[in-house]
Every structure is written in C-alpha cells, then in structure tokens.
Design a protein around this ligand. Structure first.
Ligand SMILES: Cc1ncc(C[n+]2csc(CCOP(=O)(O)OP(=O)(O)O)c2C)c(N)n1
Ligand SMILES: [Mg+2]
Length: 415
C-alpha cells in the first residue's frame, strides 16, 4: 500500500513582521494609464480582467494619463486637496484629544484619505452612503459639513447628535447621505443593497454606496449582499477598502492571497474594478463610472480600493507589535496627499507655500471647531446626556413598563 502523506492546512502569513521588511511584490500593480475604460453599460462579465488589474491615472511624475483620467477642473482638484488635508488635520487633533481623555476612543484614516474624499466629490445629493468607521472623509469633504457636531459626537457631550448612544466615530447624518454606522461589521452591506433596491422599487433616482473593509468581507453578510445586488441589478456601489490589515490580521487571512477582493464581485456577476485608492484622480473617475452605471439602471459595481492603513487600527491598537514600522513608507502606492500635490504643482496650480498655508488654515479651522464643541463638555468633564434619555426615541408612545422604569430610575437617582 502506498503511504499517503498527512494533510495540512495553509495559513497565510505576511512577508513582513517587526524587524524585517514586507515584500510588496504580493500586490500586482499596473502602470498608470494602462487599463481600458469600458462604457458604463458594459456587461458585467466584460469587466472581469479589471478585477485583477489596478486602475491608475497618476504616473510617477504626477501626470494624469490614460482613458480613466477624469475631467476635473483645478477648482475641484483643489477642493479635493483641501478635503484630504482637513481630514488628516482632523484625525491628528482628535487623536490628541483621545489621549487627553476627552473621548474614549478614536479611529484615524491616515493614508486612506483619497478614497472617501474623492468619492464624496463624485456622489450626488440624496444618494446614501453606508460607511464604516474609516470614511470620515465622506463628511469632512462636504461643503455643508458641521465639524462641531462631529466633535460633539466624539465627546459624547450634551450636544452629541447621537446622545451618547454610539461609540465615538459612529456618526450619522441623513441630510448628508451618511447612514448610521453599525459596529457589527458587514451588516450594512446588506442594508445598503436593500436601500438601493427600495430606491429602484419606488422609482426614485437615488443610489446607494456601501462600504466594507478587506477583513469584514469574510463575513457571510457580504456574500449575501452580493447575490441580491447581482440578481436585482440594484443601483449600488460596493466599496471594498483593502488597506492590507484588519486590526492585526493581514488581508490574506480574509482571502486576498492569490486572488483579489474585486474578484468576489466578478464571481457574483457584478461589474468589478480594482483601483489605486491612493490616486485621487483614479478614485474620482472610478466612482463617477460606477455612479453613472448605477443611476442608469445598468447594475451594481464592486470596487476594490487598494490602499494602506498607515496608522493604528484604533487608539486601542499598537501595530509595532505585528508589522514593520516602515511599512506605510514602503507601500508602493505612496501617500495620496503627496501624489495629488505633485499633480497640482505640475499643473502650475499649487506650490509648497500654498500647501503649508492651507494646512495651517485647516488646522486652525479644526482647533476652532474643537473649542466650540468643548463649550458643550467632553467625556472628561461628564457633561453627557442625562441617563433617563435612554428611555426615549424607541417607541412613539412610551410603553407603561418603560414609564415605570424611568420613574424608578429618577426616584433612585434622586434618593
Ligand atoms: C461582526 C464583527 N466581527 C468582529 C468585529 C471586531 N472588529 C472591529 S474592526 C475589525 C477589523 C476590520 O478590518 P477591515 O474590515 O479590514 O476594516 P479596517 O479596520 O481595516 O478599515 C474587527 C475584527 C466587529 N466589530 N464585528
Ligand atoms: Mg482593512
């Protein structure tokens, strides 16, 4: 009898760990301008090659090249630059505020700013985003954004629009097309696809844009949502932000080894693109393409945005324990702000001086909003909502047992 070899499992490992560099050759790249741009009514199967490519617009010199180079005037590009700088300044200041105990928790999107900021410029009023906790740029890029409200939410203070019922960073703003964030990862993909289906059933013209990280795609909800999106050609964009990490877990553990996250869409009959997420122009162009496709009832698009989470997962994380500290600097797609800066300077529309002056002005804007928010308290000085507000906003008419419990609480607190 021939001896059979014992079976064994494959457990993917990142090539880099603290003390030795990552080999980024695991990430297939394409040259800027190299990939075709199909018409927005293309059959989903005709995009399959684009799920394994990397759509890029900005070349090494900061020039916009190829069929995906979008029509963006200088004013819009500068708006994008300001949005990214504002997002970075906001994150930096809120990180310090968390260390000062003014909030319990914070999450930055350092290195990923182009994705939410460019997408925000592409999306239409009335469209609904179903974001994760790392798309603060969707709000910060909007001209009608209220930064004070955002900081009050982070502080869980008396003016917190979420009344202290949500973890800090879980903003919600219906008016701004920013659906309440769910801490239960992947649930929103299914909800967002459902929202898009409802929009089509009503005969409305609004589309949904749903967001998920590489790690969370391993959840069953993601796959169920893809099936619904495909079957009914829901007017939705499914954004998978592949920032290489899910806390301390490398993206290969969620299934990124030997295939791509965009390929999940291709496998489900959904038009799929894999895009350089640190290329502001590519993000804008791909977002516009998918929006037009959805709005014309040609069906959903899945976009994998390739980027790198340059900061810790959250203020509770220490990435130096599981990855090399120079990883973000060595990531082959660079920094999104530096790349757009090079492009704008190349156009003769920006300079180092203007960059620094804009950064300073935006930092002052964040500081002023923070000061205003602090008038309503922070977590540290316990100026939160009164406890008995937790009984409100669930039922139109409060049931008797809750009225009784609230009275007991008020009585107990007063005693
Ligand atoms: C269903 C569920 N499982 C686990 C968690 C805990 N958790 C919060 S964030 C996170 C990592 C998610 O990584 P990814 O989807 O790649 O998004 P990223 O943080 O990189 O933006 C995990 C495991 C959760 N919130 N919900
Ligand atoms: Mg991730």
């Amino acid at each position: 009898m021939p001896q059979r070899k014992p079976l064994h499992l494959h457990v993917p490992e990142p090539t880099g760990r603290p003390g030795h560099d990552t080999d980024f050759s695991y990430l297939p790249l394409s040259a800027a301008g190299a990939k075709r741009r199909p018409p927005v009514d293309v059959a989903a199967a005709q995009t399959n090659d684009l799920a394994f490519a990397l759509i890029r617009v900005l070349d090494e010199d900061g020039k916009a090249i190829g069929p995906w180079a979008p029509q963006m005037d200088v004013a819009l590009l500068k708006r994008g630059m300001r949005a990214m700088l504002l997002t970075r300044a906001f994150d930096a200041r809120m990180l310090i505020a968390q260390r000062q105990k003014k909030m319990s928790f914070y999450m930055q999107c350092l290195g990923e700013e182009a994705i939410a900021c460019a997408h925000a410029l592409a999306i239409g009023d009335g469209d609904m985003c179903f974001p994760t906790y790392r798309q603060q740029g969707l709000l910060l890029a909007r001209e009608d954004n209220n930064m004070v409200d955002m900081i009050c939410q982070l502080y869980s203070n008396a003016r917190d629009p979420m009344k202290g019922r949500q973890l800090p960073v879980m903003y919600s703003s219906k008016k701004q097309g920013f659906f309440s964030i769910s801490g239960n990862l992947a649930t929103q993909v299914i909800q967002g696809v459902g929202w898009a289906m409802a929009s089509a059933i009503k005969g409305d013209d609004k589309v949904a844009s749903v967001w998920i990280g590489d790690g969370a795609t391993a959840e069953a909800d993601f796959h169920t949502a893809l099936t619904f999106a495909h079957v009914y050609r829901a007017p939705v964009i499914i954004n998978v932000v592949n920032n290489q990490w899910a806390i301390s877990t490398f993206q290969a553990i969620a299934g990124g080894e030997g295939t791509t996250f965009a390929a999940r869409g291709a496998g489900c009959g959904i038009a799929s693109l894999r895009v350089d997420g640190n290329d502001f122009l590519a993000v804008y162009a791909a977002s516009k393409w998918a929006l037009e496709r959805a709005r014309s009832s040609f069906g959903p698009t899945l976009i994998e945005w390739v980027t790198y989470r340059a900061g810790p997962h959250s203020t509770s994380d220490d990435p130096s324990k599981y990855r090399p500290t120079n990883d973000a600097a060595r990531f082959p797609l660079g920094d999104p702000i530096e790349r757009l800066k090079k492009h704008l300077i190349g156009l003769g529309a920006w300079s180092d001086e203007e960059h620094e002056a804009t950064k300073k002005a935006l930092e002052a804007q964040v500081a002023a909003a923070q000061k205003e928010a602090e008038r309503h308290g922070t977590l540290a000085d316990a100026h939160g909502q009164s406890v008995d507000t937790m009984f409100e906003d669930v039922y139109e008419h409060m049931p008797a047992h809750l009225v009784r419990q609230r009275q007991e609480l008020q009585h107990g607190l007063g005693a």
